[in-house]
Design a protein around this ligand. Structure first.
Ligand code: SAH
Length: 354
């Protein structure tokens, strides 16, 4: 048992069962014991590997799509280049390297990273050595300027609430303590009215909602509609909430989400429908497309061939398998999906046009 599980148990004993959203918040971002607060989470030696950590091609292609959108929007100067939850900083480093030769792009950048974890900020500082970075705690602190934003595997770690349909109506899934162990229970029934649109759901089914996802997507849509810019969001998930998707990963393996509080990564599938509905109240949102298709449209095969020319042996083998891992439907190609958010009456960025 970890120090954090003791803190969580005490809190539950004092205040009663805890919603899953609060549990996720504590496990991921507790100021002392949170997973992201002090862990080497990402990469081969961490608990999970994200697309930018698999191959430089991911960030390069996204970067060129962002730069093209900046050109299409008449090269606003200065503009904010920002990332939500940059992890090790690899994606932003690849974006910046790939866009170095785009005329006037770098000289117009006002670089902002939105990152909650001090430990992660240190890694980002190392990866982005030589760039002038402003770190922010909150999206709302971004200056009101044209915003070109990326977020990869950020929304999947935002807290979710889970509700199960029962004879009593919709009941929120909570976390309680019994015999000093954490376990799931169903809380008191939640207002049926809230879920009136989902009355046809059979008993036993679970529905997930992520209030912060909706809040972030609305804020991004509003900022981009008001100031210009473009957001590219990539994450794992479905169009719609699809049952219980809370998942814990440790050493690249799935484990029980109620053990290893603060020492395992906790995520849930992202609802692209919720992202789209929230952002499209303000701005134009692309259709949701699989990561594999996005990368193919952006030219990953040609880029992979060019890079392969200077490789052989193990390096070449790894490169070929990285290409497959990012794009193949049995790997990340279809589970991971992408959307773009752009002002109304503006062309979608490269890769997102139907
Ligand atoms: N985008 C990176 C890493 C994703 S891991 C990649 O693709 O490799 C999630 C990142 O989001 C971590 O850096 C974590 O510290 C940060 N994070 C999680 N919740 C956050 C929040 N609410 N606000 C800001 N940053 C957050």
């Amino acid at each position: 048992m970890t120090a954090l599980s003791d803190i969580i148990k005490k809190q539950i004993k004092r205040f009663g069962p805890m919603p899953v959203s609060e549990y996720m918040t504590l496990c991921l971002l507790h100021p002392e014991h949170g997973y992201y607060t002090n862990r080497d989470a990402l990469g081969a030696t961490g608990d999970f590997t994200t697309a930018p950590e698999i191959s430089q091609m991911f960030g390069e292609l996204i970067g060129l799509s962002i730069a093209q959108s900046w050109i299409d929007q008449e090269m606003p100067t200065p503009f904010i280049l920002a990332e939500l939850g940059p992890g090790n900083g690899t994606l932003m480093a690849d974006i910046l390297r790939a866009t170095k030769s785009v005329p006037n792009f770098h000289s117009s950048i006002d670089l902002h990273l939105i990152e909650a974890s001090p430990e992660m900020r240190k890694r980002q500082e190392t990866a982005l050595n030589g760039f002038n970075v402003t770190w922010l705690n909150y999206f709302s602190e971004l200056p009101q300027k044209p915003l070109f934003l990326v977020a990869n595997e950020f929304f999947d770690c935002l807290p979710i609430k889970q509700y199960r349909r029962t004879d009593e109506g919709w009941q929120e899934q909570m976390i309680a303590v019994e015999n000093e162990q954490l376990h799931f229970i169903l809380g008191t029934a939640t207002s049926e009215e809230v879920f009136s649109k989902t009355n046809d759901v059979p008993n036993g089914d679970m529905l997930e909602v992520s209030p912060p996802t909706v809040a972030f997507a609305s804020a991004i849509g509003e900022h981009i509609q008001g100031n210009g810019g473009c957001a590219i969001i990539v994450d794992y998930g479905e169009w719609d909430s699809d049952g219980d998707s809370l998942q814990a990963l440790k050493d690249h393996r799935k484990i029980d989400p109620l053990t290893h509080c603060g020492t395992a990564d906790l995520t849930a599938h992202v609802s692209f429908k919720d992202l789209t509905n929230a952002a499209s109240k303000y701005a134009k949102v692309s259709s949701t497309i699989p990561q594999g298709i996005l990368l193919e449209r952006l030219g990953i095969t040609q880029r992979a061939q060019t890079l392969a020319k200077n490789m052989n042996g193990k390096k070449l083998e790894n490169h070929i398998s990285a290409h497959k891992r990012l794009t193949h439907p049995d790997e990340m190609g279809s589970l991971f999906k992408a959307i773009a958010i752009i002002p109304e009456n503006t062309d979608l960025p490269a890769g997102f046009n139907e």
